[in-house]
Ligand binder design. Structure first.
Ligand code: MRU
Length: 362
């Protein structure tokens, strides 16, 4: 079982403690969230991020809200609405809030507080178990790839879909951790993922685990896929529509196109809580637009080790900053889920049968 080096989130008394990802990869600081607004701000500002972890944080956010204020119907509805509005694309958030609503609405205000913490803990444990299963299934598939002679298996990923993005081992990185634990030589090509640079989080995770990796600029992916003998691309997802179209971090679509052109298999690793049967296709997925400044500026450490933001673009330059893009199902080789692998063509049959096991959204 994968144990997170630092828990991405945990309960502390009546508060939630998170690993604040806005300090990474330079500072691994924890932050205490004692109110609903604290939790909503942490999700919006991406102190916690990654679709499964956003869902877990929202579950604990409901518990924090009811612990720090009234727990009547109005308070519960308010907490659910505030958390639902934090980030629009990752469907895990809506899935978790629906699960919390179904569990808590029938209870008395008094009973809700303890039940909210218990349900949030259950959601967290459930996510960790799903990650573990994704890792095992993904490793089985990696083992079927043609064995590279005299070099490690090379996998390209995008953004961060590792332990920082979940309550467990991650989604796209779970098979990588499983491969490493099983003694399979593996090397990961990590894209920096402008503008929020989640690739740096992936590199930080992999370095701590002793897994070989190289960091590249996003726009090197097409060249690397053709020139570097990459065996597979594995990414996570924020929402997978009923037809298999995938919303994931901006830049994923270009990798999928380049992988198809290079003949490299393209896998999407995600728990069933990321599949959204109620959204017919990618065009119906809401794509989060974030602040221009994320593109126009960049943050790093200066020579004295102080964190600084500097402006890159000329004053007056406008930016477009879609946080996600949609990769058409036709570019996906297979989805790696906690219940095994499924190809896009079999997705609707698979989801109909998996539905009874994982209580997806109505
Ligand atoms: O904006 P972020 O950092 O929350 O986006 C994260 C991603 O796009 C991940 O690839 C996705 O959530 C899967 S995380 C297991």
């Amino acid at each position: 079982m994968f144990i997170q080096p630092t828990p991405t989130l945990r309960r502390s008394g009546e508060a939630l403690v998170i690993l604040d990802q806005t300090g990474l990869p330079w500072r691994a600081e924890q932050r205490q969230l004692a109110t609903l607004d604290d939790v909503a701000e942490a999700i919006t500002a991406m102190r916690v991020r990654g679709a499964p972890l956003i869902g877990c944080a929202a579950a604990f956010g409901v518990a924090v809200a009811l612990a720090s204020g009234p727990a009547d119907d109005a308070a519960l509805d308010h907490a659910l609405a505030v958390l639902r509005a934090t980030r629009p694309t990752a469907v895990n958030l809506a899935w978790v809030l629906e699960r919390m609503a179904q569990r808590l609405q029938p209870l008395s205000a008094h009973a809700r507080r303890a039940a909210a913490w218990a349900e949030a803990e259950a959601i967290r444990a459930d996510d960790a178990a799903r990650c573990e299963a994704i890792g095992a299934h993904g490793l089985s598939r990696l083992r079927t790839l043609p064995a590279p002679a005299g070099r490690p298996l090379r996998v390209m990923t995008h953004c961060n879909a590792g332990w920082l993005a979940t309550a467990g081992a991650g989604t796209a990185l779970a098979p990588v951790y499983a491969a490493h634990a099983a003694g399979l030589a593996i090397e990961v090509f990590v894209s920096e993922t402008r503008p929020r640079l989640q690739g740096l989080l992936t590199a930080w995770e992999l370095a701590a685990a002793g897994i070989a990796h190289v960091l590249s600029a996003d726009n090197a992916a097409g060249h690397l896929l053709t020139a570097s003998k990459i065996d597979a691309v594995i990414v996570g997802a924020d929402r997978i529509a009923a037809n298999g179209d995938v919303a994931n971090k901006i830049g994923t679509y270009l990798k999928a196109l380049a992988a198809r052109a290079a003949g490299v298999p393209f896998f999407v690793a995600a728990p069933l809580s990321t599949f959204d049967a109620a959204t017919p296709n990618g065009a119906a997925i809401p794509i989060e637009a974030r602040a221009d400044d994320e593109v126009l500026t960049i943050t790093g450490l200066d020579a004295d080790g102080e964190r600084r933001s500097v402006r890159l673009a000329a004053m007056g330059t406008r930016a477009a900053n879609p946080a996600f893009d949609v990769t058409p199902a036709a570019l996906v080789t297979a989805f790696v889920t906690e219940r095994g692998l499924v190809e896009p063509a079999q997705l609707s049959y698979f989801l109909r049968n998996a539905a009874t096991c994982f209580n997806p959204r109505p």
